[in-house]
Design a protein around this ligand. Structure first.
Ligand SMILES: [Zn+2]
Length: 357
């Protein structure tokens, strides 16, 4: 990179965020300054074209940077520890493919790959809301619920590639009416994700109206019908367990709640803000559940900071409410963990990918 006529010797990092509908690329300077950014539509259903698109973006970024950079990729899935192949991608044409290997061949270097939750937590730990904190738990509350752990600026990566995947643990310390809990696409019931995702809060609100939910499609096209008039809940599909909806924020999913316009999680929070009793009760259940779920994490990981991402992280009241409640469940006389909203928002995916190096 040429700055003021001098070639900068500091290492530049390229981050690529590979989403279902778009691919975004940034070049970060050594201090995290964004030097270049480009977003293109993601090729649909075509694996070789996806490899080509990522390769072209990286090459274009390096022409601008005028040097060979490190390359980190955020993906909507994970690499199977057993096979080395991609798994759990909602961009299903990547599943079963040697994506890392093919990309390394095409780019002639090692690349590092992590899922969206890992990239989010890393981005916030390095130079976001959790900067300077030694142990960081990053949480995405979006269309799904995911998590990742960063210690001393490094993503904790275990032997199953599932570190921090807390959304499919059961909701702890269940209260009356929470068992067995809603059915989850993973095959179990009462997973944290079924309560705390954007669609989860809408489901809860609709249940409180005596209606039954029906999800008909992947990603945000959910329909809800009254118990007596709607189709059965047989079409439940969901993005893979390692795409958590950081990109599409989880508040935009809209659902039918009786007659009238469909509602989304954003509407439930807005109705609570306006004082609607059912919505208020729903949000109070939500923060109580989030407090218990995070207390469970604090008892195991003991993070200095928990940083929230995804659409629900934009709801201002949850920070005070949750920290007021979580002390009841944390095994300590006081809780020093800070609960913070993210700094980088949607850019966390691509920035965290760059920080993989
Ligand atoms: Zn589950």
């Amino acid at each position: 990179m040429i700055v003021n006529g001098k070639k900068q010797r500091a290492r530049l990092r390229i981050g690529v965020d590979l989403g279902g509908t778009k691919i975004e690329c940034v070049v970060l300077g050594s201090s995290g300054a964004e030097l270049w950014r480009k977003r293109i539509p993601a090729p649909q259903g075509d694996y070789p074209l996806t490899i080509r698109a990522v390769t072209n973006l990286v090459q274009e970024a390096e022409r601008v940077a005028d040097e060979k950079c490190s390359v980190g990729i955020g993906t909507p899935g994970a690499i199977s520890a057993a096979s080395g192949l991609m798994k759990n991608c909602n961009s299903v044409w990547l599943n079963g493919m040697p994506f890392k290997c093919d990309l390394e061949t095409a780019l002639d270097r090692e690349v590092r790959i992590a899922n969206d939750a890992n990239c989010f937590a890393l981005s916030e730990a390095v130079d976001g809301a959790a900067q300077g904190a030694r142990i960081v738990f990053g949480v995405i509350l979006g269309t799904g619920v995911g998590g990742a752990i960063v210690v001393d600026g490094q993503v904790l990566d275990g032997c199953n590639s599932i570190t921090g995947e807390w959304g499919h643990n059961p909701l702890p310390w269940p209260r009356d009416g929470e068992l067995p809990g809603p059915a989850c696409y993973c095959g179990k019931s009462g997973c944290i994700e079924t309560f705390l995702s954007g669609p989860g809060i809408v489901d809860d609100y609709i249940r409180s109206h005596g209606l039954e939910s029906h999800r008909s499609q992947n990603h945000g096209s959910q329909e809800y019908r009254s118990r007596n008039h709607g189709p059965q809940n047989h079409g439940l599909k969901n993005p893979g367990p390692q795409d958590h909806g950081l990109r599409d924020a989880g508040l935009e999913n809209r659902a039918q709640c009786g007659p009238g316009l469909p509602i989304g999680a954003r509407d439930v929070f807005a109705r609570a803000e306006a004082g609607e009793p059912d919505a208020l009760a729903c949000v109070e259940r939500y923060v109580d559940r989030l407090a218990r779920a995070l207390a469970h994490v604090i008892n195991i990981v003991d993070p200095h900071v928990i940083v929230l991402g995804g659409g629900v992280s934009n709801v201002a009241r949850i920070y005070q409410d949750v920290t007021r409640l979580w002390g009841c469940s944390v095994f300590s006389d006081s809780v020093a963990t800070r609960l913070l909203r993210n700094t980088h928002g949607d850019a966390s995916g691509v920035r965290g990918a760059a920080w993989l190096w």
